[in-house]
Design a protein around this ligand. Structure first.
Ligand SMILES: Nc1ncnc2c1ncn2[C@@H]1O[C@H](COP(=O)(O)OP(=O)(O)O)[C@@H](O)[C@H]1O
Ligand SMILES: [Mg+2]
Length: 279
């Protein structure tokens, strides 16, 4: 169970102050899959990182499994954090460690006794069907396999919560399905609560029961994914739901040589993100 109340996080840089997360309330029941969707810069990553206090909120309360995290001393917080797994868009595996060593790293960091580690590593890799890749280095693994190792690493300390920040944004559509299938298993078979951050509506639709739509640091609406038709109220949610790409017709009779035809909005969100992220 996760409860965020009045969570606000601002960043101050030379360029000014940004309110990345602005007075957000969010409640996730134990065993649920909570989606968080929004454009690049909406505050999704910052919000999900407040759940394990990788980002400490300026104000507000973060309760996980009945425990207020913001007032815990650093030592206890570190122990508590081990029970909250996390995976990322770019997997964040260490290239000089094998799959098994990457998983074991999570146990080492959490101070797990050496004696039981090998069995835990084996069990975690088995969950994602990668027992046969235990000794492989990340460079020898596909994107999907790397993300599965990252899932195994996140599971090593037997967490109650798994935070997923754009877990399928760096893999192809086929691999996306595989990764989501394993997350579904983690949720349903192991009973782990999942928070799934993405900009891809079809990804949250496949897994989540409720989606919080974020814009400018705020949760502007919730969409319930219970099979009934979606009725988005906000413009941002309507836009996120509509993944069709519409281009303006090319005017072949145009004479001005340097005129640019602006594409008629909305353009695919993937395209927008590709531009924003890769310049
Ligand atoms: N460490 C940081 N320092 C300064 N600004 C940040 C930092 N992290 C995020 N931001 C800013 O906060 C806003 C939200 O960012 P982020 O949470 O990464 O959004 P999203 O994950 O939805 O793309 C953006 O304006 C971003 O530039
Ligand atoms: Mg992000």
């Amino acid at each position: 169970m996760i409860t965020l109340r009045g969570v606000t996080k601002t960043f101050t840089t030379a360029g000014g102050t940004t309110t990345a997360v602005d007075d957000v309330d969010l409640h996730v029941e134990r065993g649920a899959v909570q989606g968080i969707i929004g454009f690049s810069g909406a505050g999704k990553s910052t919000l999900v990182r407040t759940v394990n206090l990788l980002e400490r909120p300026d104000s507000g309360s973060v309760v996980v499994d009945g425990e207020e995290l913001t007032t815990l001393p650093e030592r206890e917080l570190r122990a508590r954090r081990a029970k909250i797994g996390m995976i990322f868009q770019h997997f964040n595996l260490l290239e000089n460690l094998t799959a098994a060593q990457n998983v074991e790293l999570a146990l080492r960091v959490a101070g797990a006794p050496k004696a039981g580690r090998a069995a835990k590593v084996a069990r975690s890799l088995a969950v994602v069907d990668l027992s046969d890749k235990a000794d492989a280095y990340p460079s020898k693994l596909s994107g999907g396999q790397k993300q599965r190792v990252a899932i195994a690493r996140a599971l090593a300390n037997e967490p109650s919560v798994l935070l997923c920040d754009e877990p399928t944004s760096a893999v192809d559509p086929q691999t996306t399905i595989t990764v989501l299938q394993y997350l579904k298993e983690v949720n349903e078979r192991l009973g782990i609560t999942i928070v799934l951050v993405t900009h891809q509506m079809n990804v949250v639709k496949a897994l989540a029961g409720d989606v919080a739509v974020m814009e400018s640091g705020r949760v502007v609406e919730h969409l319930r994914l219970d099979g009934s038709p979606l009725a988005p109220r906000s413009e941002i949610a309507r836009f996120l739901l509509d993944d069709e790409i519409r281009l303006a017709p090319v005017d072949h009779g145009r004479t001005e040589p340097d005129a640019v035809v602006p594409p008629r909005a909305p353009v695919s969100l993937d395209r927008l993100e590709a531009v924003v992220e890769r310049g």
